[in-house]
Ligand binder design. Structure first.
Ligand code: PEP
Ligand code: MG
Length: 530
């Protein structure tokens, strides 16, 4: 029996699962550095620390693959990039010591990434913090050890490499006071099956001892009573059984219990995401978020063409829906975006692409050329009015003419729209000429419920199962069916076992989910009777 009454903190489940064990605080102590006696020694110390950090990251790359390897390779490339350390060396030249010069230089970079409300950029911010701290530890001659196995690691946030260094084979989980369910660590946690809850708030830092992590409903319980511990263990056992059962559905086409075929696609971001997916397990790509390619600045036409063609070839003729760049005033793409006070309602998605036509046209050319490599479909994000779709379609036609004049091989893909702004969901008749609709339930939910998708304090309001959101989804599905316009859904709801039955009953027969959710989505579909 616990002498204290239980404390339950609620956050957002970022990777489903259950863990119980001792809380282990993520190290937040800053390494202390003894300054050297000359500028030359400071420079030498920083050069050495960067090379120590690079060697450690390179060591972690051996034995990792897919997403983990991508993250580590990004970090290694940043460490090898002279422009990152340049301001630090300049500051040493002005008299700063290596540790403070490096911290200042990296903090400026980190600030830029973290100011973004876009998931990909924020995820890069965590990578940059990881790099900063690793070099600082190398300067101070201290190394953070891996997390103890079986423990619930807790703190404000967790560095991707800390995750990769931890042995998860005997359980354990992650509980964060801040963090994001779209961070790299969250992606890694989902693909490794490590339970993780984010946004638990400041009260987390005061906890200690044994705890129960329920990363299905997003809670952390400390000082649990015996009956709570027993029910946690039962839920964990059921969850493990469910997960094992779901894996069996992966290789089969998805069908409901009464035999209705449901097309199940995957959502991808980086083109390399597909390396870890067997094309036989899905019906194609329902959403490729092309902004990933823009996360390190503007990609040229060839870079984009190669990335799109790679995914199309992997799909072996199955449809691949690529979304044109969904950047916004909140996404710091140098030379593309503008600073805005209310970015979710600002110059984002198609609005920005139409405003910056030369950048949009480059992406259009890359897509038209890549289309010859497979079954490409292209869709536009954040469409609100019909003129946006008409203008984007015109630009595709104009660029196709230009490519013909150049003698460049290309093909016009079907052009569809994301249905994620309430104006479109409420009045879809203005878009009857679109080749297809893809419902973006993440944005549709936040705009219908007036609850930001990245704000933990209104997470309970950001609810796709609210009747207002489901009614709109049902109406869009019915409109599509009546007019012969295919309708799919590619938001997080498409992979959420709690929501899938609602979506199928609303009339949807095409869902796109993140690769980590695919097995559970197919298993859920198999249990639905329509
Ligand atoms: C959505 O809004 O549901 C969606 C799929 O797009 P994103 O999450 O990239 O905004
Ligand atoms: Mg969206």
């Amino acid at each position: 029996m616990n002498p204290r009454s239980p404390i339950v903190l609620t956050g957002i489940a970022a990777s489903p699962g259950f863990a119980s064990g001792p809380l282990s605080r993520l190290d937040t102590t800053t390494a202390s550095y003894a300054p050297k006696s000359s500028k030359a020694e400071e420079i030498e110390a920083l050069v050495e620390a960067i090379s120590t950090a690079s060697a450690a990251v390179a060591g972690l790359i051996e034995g990792s693959s897919g997403e983990s390897a991508d993250i580590l390779e990004f970090q290694l490339a940043m460490l090898a990039d002279d422009t990152l350390a340049e301001p630090a060396f300049a500051a040493i030249g002005q008299g700063a010591d290596a540790a403070s010069a490096w911290t200042r230089a990296l903090d400026i970079e980190i600030g830029g990434y973290e100011a973004a409300s876009d998931d990909y950029f924020r995820a890069r911010g965590a990578d940059m913090r990881d790099i900063r701290d690793r070099v600082l530890r190398a300067l101070a001659g201290t190394e953070a050890g891996p997390g103890p196995s079986g423990a619930i690691l807790f703190g404000e946030d967790i560095a991707p490499t800390r995750f990769l260094e931890t042995d998860w084979s005997s359980g354990g989980g992650i509980a964060l006071s801040a963090g994001s369910s779209a961070s790299h660590v969250a992606m890694l946690a989902r693909s490794r099956g490590v339970p993780m809850v984010v946004g638990l708030g400041e009260a987390l830092s005061a906890l200690s001892g044994e705890a129960l992590l329920d990363a299905k409903s997003g809670t952390l319980t400390a000082f649990a009573a015996a009956d709570e511990i027993a029910s946690h263990h039962r839920a964990a056992t059921d969850f493990a059984a469910e997960r094992a059962g779901a894996a069996a559905y992966l290789s089969k086409p998805a069908r409901t219990a009464d035999g209705t075929r449901v097309l199940t696609y995957v959502n991808v971001a980086d083109p390399s995401d597909v390396d870890a997916i067997d094309i036989a397990t899905c019906d194609g790509v329902g959403l490729m978020r092309s902004e990933f390619l823009f996360s390190r600045g503007l990609p040229d036409e060839e870079t984009q063409y190669t990335a799109y063609a790679r995914v199309l070839e992997w799909a072996q003729g199955k449809p691949v829906t690529i979304r044109t760049v969904d950047a916004g005033g909140d996404k710091p793409i140098p030379g593309f975006t503008v600073a805005e006070g209310n970015p979710f309602l600002g110059l984002r998605g198609i609005r920005l692409s139409l405003a910056r036509a030369e950048i949009f046209r480059m992406q259009i050319r890359a897509l038209l050329r890549a289309a010859v490599h497979g079954s490409l479909k292209v869709m536009f994000p954040m469409i609100a009015v019909a003129s946006e779709y008409a203008r984007a379609k015109e630009m595709f036609a104009e660029e196709a003419v230009a490519l013909s004049a150049r003698g460049a091989a290309h093909r016009m893909p079907p052009l569809g729209i994301m249905v994620e702004v309430p104006s479109v969901a409420l009045a879809p008749e203005a878009f009857a000429d679109a080749a297809f609709f893809s419902i973006g339930s993440n944005d549709l939910t936040q705009y219908v419920m007036a609850a930001a998708r990245d704000n933990a304090s209104v997470a309970s309001l950001n609810d796709t199962s609210h009747p207002a959101v489901l009614r709109l989804i049902g109406e869009v599905a019915a409109f599509g069916a009546a007019r012969g316009i295919p309708v799919s859904l590619c938001g997080e709801a498409g992979g959420d076992p709690a929501l899938i039955p609602h979506l199928l009953r609303a009339g949807l027969r095409e869902l796109s989910a993140s690769p980590a959710q695919l097995a559970a989505a197919k298993a859920t579909i198999a249990g639905v009777r329509l």
